[in-house]
Structure formats: C-alpha cells, structure tokens
Write a protein that binds this ligand. Structure first.
Ligand code: DGY
Length: 322
C-alpha cells in the first residue's frame, strides 16, 4: 500500500497546481466539467490528507466528517472563502489556505471592463451590430456616462478594491469614496475618503462591490440600498451574488431607480436563462470570470499546491487563512 499522502482535487486545475502535488502524493481529480456532487465528494474524501477545492464546492461539516481525522489541510483555489465552514475547520485543527494577491490584477482588469461596458452600453451596442436592427436614429443614440469627473464608490477597499482604484485614477475620476469595516491608511494613495455605506450610495456615480462575504453583508444591496443610489448610477459586482437581493436589483433596473448594472457573479451560478436579469438591456453579466486569465489561474493553482504541500508537511502555509 502506498505511503504517499492522498489528495482529493475537486475539479481540474492548471498543471502549475496539479504537477507539484502529483510528484509527491497520490491524487484523485474529479474528471467532469460539472461540479462534483456532494455525495461523490464525500465518498472520495474518505481518508484523504488534503483537499484541493474551488468555490462553490462546499467544505462543510458533512464533508469533514466524511474525510475523517487524517485531513490536515484544505487549499482553496480562490480568495473567497464563503464555501468553507471555517469554524468547523478551526475546531478540528485543519489548516486552510487561499489564494489572494495572485488574482488581484486579473479581477481588477475585469472590473474595469465591466464598468466601462455598462457605462458605454456595450451590451446594447453588441445587440445592434449582431442583429442588424436599425440604428443611429438620433444624436443621443446609445449615449452613456463618462468615468471622467465622476465619483466612484468602492465597497470593500481591500487588495482588489485598491487595484481597481489605481487603474481608475487614470480616467480622471473626481473623487473616490469607500466603505467597509474600517478605515484604511493606504487609501491615501488614491485620495479615497472613508464614508458610511449610505453616504457612498447617495454620492457615487459608480458603485463597485469588491468586498468579501460574511454573515452581515448578505443581501446588503437590497431595495432600500438601490433607492438611495443616484438614478444615473451604475452598480458593478465582482464579489459574490449573495451580496445582492436580485429581485430588488431587477426592480431597480426596470423602474429606473438606477441606470445600469454589470455583474460577474450571481446566485446561483450559472443563473437560469429565464432570470429577468438576462433580458434587461441595462444589465450586463459575465460568468464569474474575474480571475480567468492564464496567468492568474496558474498562480492560484500553484499557490494552492504550495498551501497543500506545506500543510501535509506540517509547515506554515504560504497563504494561510487558518
Ligand atoms: C475567488 O477567488 O474567490 C474568485 O471569485 C474565484 O472564485
């Protein structure tokens, strides 16, 4: 029988993550494109030393029970941790590592792409050129908003929020506002002002959600929040779908309470095709591709492998959460 540690990988990952683990461990990788079903995940977890996972594959009590006491480390190929029961991992002494930093630039770039696309109505523009529908009827045809001279509100000025602000600075932004748990000393670099959530909503032309998810901010963007925003405001979400009450967002976009939205995340993912958000011309959606560059995904996979190997060897994780 092999003495090599057993590692369960919940879906495929770039070679930069798989190869270093395969070199020293026995690895089983879920072979399908669709997420691993919970039952299969539990079955495969029995007796493993480490789990390499991705959101939304749930690391919950049932999975940890199924894995048993030999599980030393969980490495998630994500910065987000909302799929992991951290309290339960802590209680069992299981180390957890994630992948911040290596994806920051990629997510910031997609955020800018979403912001510009919503501001300049690219979804509608694409519709006209691909359907052959008659267009250019008047001088205000598909006129949108400029970032220049605007106020940008960032909810969650962490690594990604700062990377977004740095990039937007070159667009001649008038003012950056931010909100979150605490004031950040590094906000000075972009001259961003710490304000309450309400003040940010009332004052911003663009509201960008880059925050991590916790119990208190689920549904933060609801009817009341959208009502406080400017009617000309554009909402961008690169955080998680659960931050938003999607029915309230549909209403805000339909009634004109806000001007537009661009979302890389939704609940659930993928969002069923009959969800009204898909058919709104002022709502642009992408399929959770914030970190989807070859460079970022390879970096994430490699950091996950290093977290896993360090955990197996009883060493400090290079990127620890627990
Ligand atoms: C993350 O890293 O959390 C991204 O959203 C990809 O899931």
């Amino acid at each position: 029988m092999s003495a090599r540690p057993r590692v369960l990988i919940s879906r495929s990952a770039p070679p930069a993550g798989i190869d270093p683990i395969k070199a020293v461990c026995d690895v089983w990788i879920w072979p399908e494109e669709d997420p691993i079903p919970a039952e299969e995940f539990q079955k495969r977890a029995a007796g493993v030393t480490a789990i390499f996972c991705h959101p939304p594959d749930k690391i919950d009590k049932d999975l940890l029970d199924a894995a048993g006491p030999g599980l030393k480390v969980v490495g998630t190929m994500s910065v987000g941790l909302d799929h992991i029961d951290l309290a339960e991992c802590r209680r069992r002494g299981i180390k957890v590592g994630n992948t911040p930093d290596v994806l920051t630039e990629a997510v910031a770039e997609l955020t800018i792409a979403l912001l510009l696309s919503a501001a300049r109505r690219l979804k509608e523009g694409y519709h006209y050129v691909t359907t052959g529908e008659k267009y250019w009827e008047h001088a205000l045809f598909l006129c949108g908003h400029e970032i220049s001279r605007s106020t940008i509100g960032i909810v969650g000025l962490g690594r990604i929020g700062m990377a977004v602000a740095r990039r937007l600075k070159s667009f001649n932004v008038a003012k950056f506002l931010y909100t979150g748990n605490s004031q950040k000393s590094y906000a000075e670099e972009v001259n961003a002002e710490f304000v309450t959530f309400d003040k940010l909503l009332e004052s911003s032309d663009f509201v960008i959600a880059c925050c991590s998810i916790h119990a208190e901010n689920k549904g933060l963007f609801d009817k009341a929040a959208f009502k406080k925003m400017k009617k000309s405001a554009i909402f961008v979400n690169v955080s998680r779908g659960v931050l938003v009450n999607q029915d309230d967002l549909v209403e805000a976009l339909t009634s004109g309470d806000i001007y537009g939205a661009a979302l890389d995340v939704s609940t659930p993912e993928p969002l069923p095709l009959d969800n009204p958000l898909h058919s709104l011309k002022n709502c642009l959606m992408t399929p959770h591709i914030g970190s989807a560059t070859i460079n970022a995904r390879s970096g994430m996979a490699n950091l996950t492998a290093r977290n896993i190997l360090a955990g197996i060897n009883g060493e400090d994780l290079p990127s620890p959460v627990l």
